[in-house]
Ligand binder design. Structure first.
Ligand SMILES: [Zn+2]
Length: 467
């Protein structure tokens, strides 16, 4: 097994050499290696509340620098993760949400700016990209890409009547033969059922629960990083977001107090929700209503998933070692929705930014903005950001020189890769959106979905325009 894994890694590396043959540029060595772990929906309050169960997160925050990170609105993961990787707002980077209002999903082919790995590649450095949102179709670059559609995120829904989606393999990795290695790393049924999260996987089925997807992204990163010599590694994990949408309220102390006092309070909110949105999936415990007898079990889902993520962080941290700058990010936090606080988790506009490594100043607290992430990562890589990026380098958190900026990292039209228009996972995406109902902070189906790009490239939010 071990031998075949190494062979597969070797094959992936040989595949990598082909497109670079004939390219004799000797790059300057990168200032230092940088690894970014993105946890969708990771919430500071949960890291504090469960700190005794989360030894790695706790040590990471204590030993490194961290700051509360302000998020732009609308808080939608494809928009924010593309901003984090590029430094540009949605109206510049081109990803306006999940779908464009004409039934088509946004993909990596819509991105009109360089992301960090594109810029690193152009400067002669290699990158390892595992699972980052909006990376399908996988770009051709120096390095390796496991796109976000390699293991498609199925809806976290108990409705097993939904048709299974055939996962297409076209352009889901770069190089292409990385798909073979990655397929061998997808956790099997035996591993999933031995996991501490087996009770969650059993409730939703393996394709719908995010553990299988997250673990694949981690395993591919672990398999490739040691040999990759990449200047930049990025790894994206989705599970905290999916589990928190459905289970966040049940671990909230205020919600628990209400449920203990009033055994029908939860059921009333569920009924109200179903009356307004009859096509939506019934939320967990929605049939009979959550009572104090259910709290022990219901309250475990979120902290148990965080415990898994704590283990992931420990694996990545020990793999990359002390000489690498390791950055931990989320795209938003979580809170109980204001309109259905007992029933659904909603996004909170404060995300996590934390880092450890040789150039990190030990400092707790402070403020940052999602616009600051890319310029800071550019500086850590010794590469120039764009003068037209709104963010700044977080000098208060890092000992780093910022190279003089270039005018822009917006792609010229000719440089934009136009995909072949494949449809890997498109149907799965739509069923996911239906199933999640994608609730906004108020607990309503998010009106921004499908309308976020009313005109060709302007994303508008009434209260808080993106630009
Ligand atoms: Zn998110």
């Amino acid at each position: 097994m071990r031998g075949s894994l190494e062979n597969a890694v070797g094959a992936a590396l040989i595949g990598l050499l082909v497109p670079l043959a004939g390219c004799a540029v000797e790059p300057d060595p990168p200032a230092s290696r940088v690894v970014v772990v993105g946890f969708d929906g990771l919430e500071y309050e949960a890291l504090r509340r469960y700190s005794s169960q989360l030894p790695t997160f706790s040590r990471f925050l204590a030993e490194g620098a961290h700051a509360e990170m302000e998020v732009t609105t609308p808080i939608m993961s494809p928009i924010v993760w593309t901003t984090l990787a590029s430094g540009y707002p949605a109206d510049v980077h081109g990803v306006g949400g999940w779908t464009n209002g004409r039934g088509k999903s946004f993909t990596g082919a819509d991105v009109r700016v360089e992301r960090l790995w594109d810029a690193a590649s152009a400067a002669g450095h290699t990158s390892l990209v595992s699972g980052w949102l909006m990376t399908w179709p996988a770009s051709i670059l120096r390095g390796q890409v496991l796109s976000d559609r390699f293991v498609w995120s199925h809806p976290m829904s108990r409705d097993s009547s939904r048709p299974a989606v055939e996962e297409e393999r076209e352009a889901t990795t770069f190089p292409d033969d990385l798909a073979e290695l990655a397929s061998g790393l997808v956790p099997d049924a035996a591993w999933l059922s031995a996991s501490p999260l087996a009770y969650q996987v059993a409730a939703y089925g393996a394709p719908s629960h995010p553990l299988r997807r997250d673990e694949t992204h981690v395993r591919v990163f672990e398999a490739l990083w040691p040999q990759s010599e990449a200047a930049l590694g990025v790894l994206y994990l989705n599970g905290a977001d999916q589990v928190s949408h459905l289970y966040w309220p049940f671990q909230d102390p205020d919600v628990q107090r209400v449920v203990r006092r009033d055994s029908t309070a939860h059921k009333r909110q569920v009924d109200e929700l179903m009356r307004r949105h009859p096509q939506q999936n019934r939320p967990p415990y929605g049939e009979f209503g959550l009572t104090s007898a259910d709290l022990g079990e219901a309250g475990r889902w979120v902290p148990d998933y965080y415990e898994y993520l704590d283990g992931v962080l420990a694996r990545v941290w020990s793999l990359v070692g002390p000489d690498t700058t390791l950055v931990l990010l989320s795209d938003h936090g979580f809170q109980c929705s204001s309109s259905k606080p007992l029933v659904v988790g909603g996004h909170r506009g404060v995300a996590v930014f934390a880092a450890v490594g040789p150039r990190v100043k030990v400092r707790a607290g402070g403020k940052s903005h999602i616009f600051d992430v890319a310029p800071t990562l550019y500086a850590l890589l010794g590469l120039p950001a764009g003068r037209d990026m709104p963010g700044r380098v977080l000098h208060e958190l890092f000992d780093v020189e910022e190279p003089e900026r270039v005018d822009t990292r917006v792609l010229e039209r000719g440089a934009i890769e136009v995909g072949e228009g494949g449809s890997a996972g498109d149907d799965a995406l739509r069923s996911q959106l239906e199933a999640l109902g994608y609730l906004d902070e108020e607990g309503r189906p998010n009106a921004a979905i499908g309308e976020s790009r009313r005109s060709t490239n302007v994303v508008v939010d009434d209260k808080n325009p993106v630009r």
